[in-house]
Design a protein around this ligand. Structure first.
Ligand code: GAL
Length: 802
């Protein structure tokens, strides 16, 4: 009965005003068919400039990742060792004559950096911040019914300007938005849920409507809330009012009964659809995402989501997508999040800048708690040409735009106004921190504000200013226990933890000696090939191993959560090395998306699915002493067998997170069996591999969309004749593709590999390589082949569907 009522209500509301839907807002993806020139051009904005020889491409685009690695590039290895420079983008397009009575906008999700935009030779504006979204009003300068030329100059020539790889260009999506003269403003809604119980949720919606008609207009707003099944569950109408002003703020209180709550395990989403009626006709329709949830940080009990305690098990990540560079790709981002979710991760910190909007959409949809961060520096620099040059003039605008854009995402539960701000040490923080929090509070008071402090002591001026709600600690986990002695009554968040260092597949013994400060942690690790042992026993002076941090985190309830540095390896910041390394070692997952061993430590602790992971590989010099580790859960013990003979039963004691056997290596089979109350839970085997004999290709998805951007990530494994991965295989693999797809990048997770990611050939690294297959626009079948000298060619089919 209730369903029938809801259905009738939906039909009634949907059919109220009847003017054709296409007269309302149109948001058109504007990524196709741009012309690009690398290098500066004079008069690049002029309409009559001949750009016919420029390269044709589709956005999002990152020209840096197309370049060659060199230590001499101004970004330095810290910035990924790839070139920067100046680039120009142009696009010619027509606007229908019938749009003359419309408003037309161009919206950029992100351009790195210092962009200037012109339409038909008219300068629309300059935006220095490479991570911020912005839009311009094209209306006054358009040729309706004729040709228009958009020109964008991007200046990333002066580097270093980020402490990591930034990418260069229009690296996120671009949208052409057409609205009526009476329409919801840019980021013009704000949805909150002031009161949520099991019985009902009060939803408050604030809407800003803009009137460009030039004379007073009649306005009525009808808002409907749709549940995830597409059924309207609540509707609200305002009275008809006349708006004389150019802007009007409207407030609507709506009730949703028996709300389905958003959580990390069940991220239930509603949609709030607002219709703007102008004299009874729909003038605009605007959708706002809604997740109904409530949360709280308690000084002594930690974090609660929907009334239940929950530790935030998060990671920090930079924005690059490995071998794809900074160019946004929805599927690549989704894959990263899927890999993290499978580890048990439930939180993302957008270090250290506003993310792509798609990241927030995905976190809403997949159930991640987001700490949305604004700045890596304020007025004092960290690297010579970073945002400190623009902070004074732009921080208010940038921070306002970030909060306006992002505040409707249910996944966001923390704002961060800065990472390791050098001014923590200076009294200027007493002025700036309160100013930044006031900017956020003027737009959103529903989330706590924090800063990620590398000086979490009482002399910290940001903390002293009293402006932050959560005291954020970067590292210093040995001091967590004493947090309340230092900050009585305050709330805690571990904004950044660990910074463990590993190379996937590389091992040094003994595994149980942890390289700690004040030993020269960096010196003993300079190895040929710049490798770092993957036993979770190496850390920088400021950081800690994964296990050491997690042991503390799990001990105290008041430690509301953590964001590990980092989920994925990223381009740039190749600590502990510099050149020839060009990407980081901090990830739990390598740059290609292959998990390092420590991934399974987290999985064994953070999920309930049974885990038994043993390592290292089993190819050593006979007689060598080898440490075998096992991460496991859901079991009382693990027994290890070498060539069928038991070498002992182990179980974790105290706060152990792994067990270890020290063995004299002999070739053969290592087999682990985990048991609970005597019953086998899991078994896991590693065998000594013989010589490389074949390539195995495994696709993460064998069917993808023929939409020009969907991806299949294909892992190539070098196997011996019996199907074992050859652990040190570095065969050069040549990938080829036919059909309606192409290979945008290849990778292997090796931070020292200088082959361009754009090449279709890649050496395996510790037995693995990755080829990414991207769809074109026609459905069909594409076949990827992989060949390597002396091995039979392997192939795999990917189906492309509409
Ligand atoms: C932190 C910093 C991060 C990254 C990390 C490496 O201090 O906030 O951006 O540099 O160190 O360990």
């Amino acid at each position: 009965m209730k369903r029938l009522y809801l259905l009738l209500l939906s039909i009634a509301v949907l059919t109220i005003p009847s003017l054709a839907q296409q007269t309302v807002r149109k948001t058109l993806n504007f990524d196709q068919n741009w012309s690009f020139n690398l290098g500066d051009v004079s008069d690049g904005e002029k309409t009559d400039l001949n750009d016919s020889k420029w390269r044709k491409l589709n956005l999002p685009h990152d020209w840096s990742v197309e370049g060659e690695f060199s230590k001499d590039n101004p970004a330095t290895p810290e910035g990924g060792a790839l070139p920067g420079g100046i680039g120009w983008y142009r696009k010619t397009f027509t606007v229908a004559a019938t749009s003359k009575n419309k408003q037309v906008y161009i919206a950029f999700d992100g351009v790195y950096q210092k962009s200037t935009v012109w339409i038909n030779g008219h300068k629309l504006g300059f935006r220095p911040n490479g991570y911020i979204s912005f839009r311009y009003n094209l209306t006054p300068y358009l040729n309706f019914g004729g040709q228009n030329t958009l020109a964008v100059k991007v200046d990333n020539s002066v580097q270093p300007n980020s402490r990591w790889y930034s990418g260069s260009g229009i690296y996120r999506n671009v949208w052409l938005i057409t609205t009526n003269k009476l329409a919801v403003d840019n980021w013009g809604t704000y949805v909150t849920t002031p009161k949520v119980t099991e019985q009902k949720a009060s939803v408050n919606l604030k809407i800003v409507v803009k009137n460009y008609v030039g004379k007073p207009q009649q306005l009525q707003l009808i808002t409907s809330i749709f549940n995830q099944e597409g059924v309207i569950v609540a509707t609200k109408k305002t009275n008809t009012v006349t708006i004389a002003d150019s802007v009007i703020n409207v407030n609507q209180d709506i009730e949703v009964s028996k709300p389905q709550l958003w959580s990390v395990d069940r991220p239930y989403l509603y949609r709030v659809v607002t219709k703007v009626l102008n004299a009874g006709v729909i003038a605009d329709e605007y959708t706002t995402p809604l997740g109904i949830r409530y949360f709280e940080f308690d000084a002594y009990k930690g974090f609660f989501l929907n009334g239940k305690p929950l530790k935030i098990l998060g990671v920090c990540d930079h924005h690059d997508l490995g071998s794809l560079g900074a160019a946004l790709n929805y599927r690549a981002l989704e894959r990263q999040l899927q890999i993290l979710k499978a580890m048990g991760c439930n939180g993302i910190r957008t270090s250290h800048n506003p993310p792509a909007p798609e990241l927030l959409d995905l976190c809403d949809k997949m159930g991640f708690i987001v700490m949305d961060e604004a700045f890596d520096c304020w007025e004092w620099k960290k690297v010579t040409y970073d945002y400190h040059l623009f902070f004074k003039e732009w921080h208010k605008r940038d921070l306002e735009d970030q909060v306006l854009r992002d505040r409707n995402h249910p996944s966001i539960m923390i704002w961060s106004i800065g990472n390791e701000i050098p001014q923590q040490a200076d009294s200027s923080a007493l002025r700036i921190a309160p100013e930044l929090t006031a900017i956020i509070h003027s737009l959103d008071k529903t989330r706590p504000i924090t800063t990620a402090n590398d000086r979490p002591d009482t002399s910290n001026k940001i903390v002293k200013s009293g402006a932050v709600d959560l005291i954020g600690y970067n590292y210093h986990e040995y001091n967590y226990a004493k947090f309340h002695d230092r900050y009585p009554g305050k709330k805690f968040i571990a904004t950044e933890t660990a910074s463990g260092l590993e190379t996937r597949g590389y091992y040094e013994m003994p595994s149980d000696s942890i390289r700690v400060w004040p030993e020269r942690w960096d010196k003993p690790f300079i190895r040929e090939g710049n490798n770092v042992s993957a036993y979770d026993n190496t850390r920088p002076p400021w950081g800690s191993t994964h296990e050491a941090t997690w042991k503390v985190m799990k001990k105290y309830d008041f430690l509301s959560g953590m964001f590990i540095w980092t989920g994925f390896d990223y381009l740039g910041e190749p600590t502990p090395y510099s050149w020839p390394s060009r990407s980081s070692y901090f990830g739990i997952v390598d740059l290609a998306g292959f998990p390092k061993d420590v991934y399974y430590m987290y999985q064994s602790e953070w999920t309930t699915k049974p885990v038994l992971h043993i390592f290292p590989h089993w190819n050593w010099e006979p007689g060598k002493t080898v440490d075998v580790w096992a991460y496991y859960n859901n079991a009382d013990e693990v027994e290890l067998y070498l060539n069928g003979k038991s070498v002992g039963v182990k179980h974790k004691t105290g706060d152990d997170l792994h067990v270890m056997w020290r063995l004299k290596y002999e070739p053969g089979t290592l087999k682990a069996v985990s048991r609970k109350s005597g019953k086998v839970v899991l078994t896991s085997e590693i065998k000594t591999a013989g010589a490389p004999a074949k390539i195995e290709l495994i696709a993460d998805r064998k069917t993808i969309k023929a939409d020009g951007s969907d991806l299949s990530f294909i892992t190539a494994k070098i196997l011996d004749k019996d199907g074992n991965v050859v652990p040190n295989a570095d065969n050069a693999i040549q990938f080829k593709i036919n059909g309606q797809a192409f290979i945008p990048a290849t990778d292997n997770g090796n931070p020292v590999d200088h082959d361009s990611f754009k090449l279709s050939s890649r050496k395996a690294f510790h037995g693995l390589a990755l080829a990414i297959v991207q769809s074109k626009l026609t459905p069909g079948v594409a076949t990827l082949t992989a060949s390597a000298s002396g091995l039979p060619t392997a192939s795999i089919k990917v189906t492309l569907v509409k």
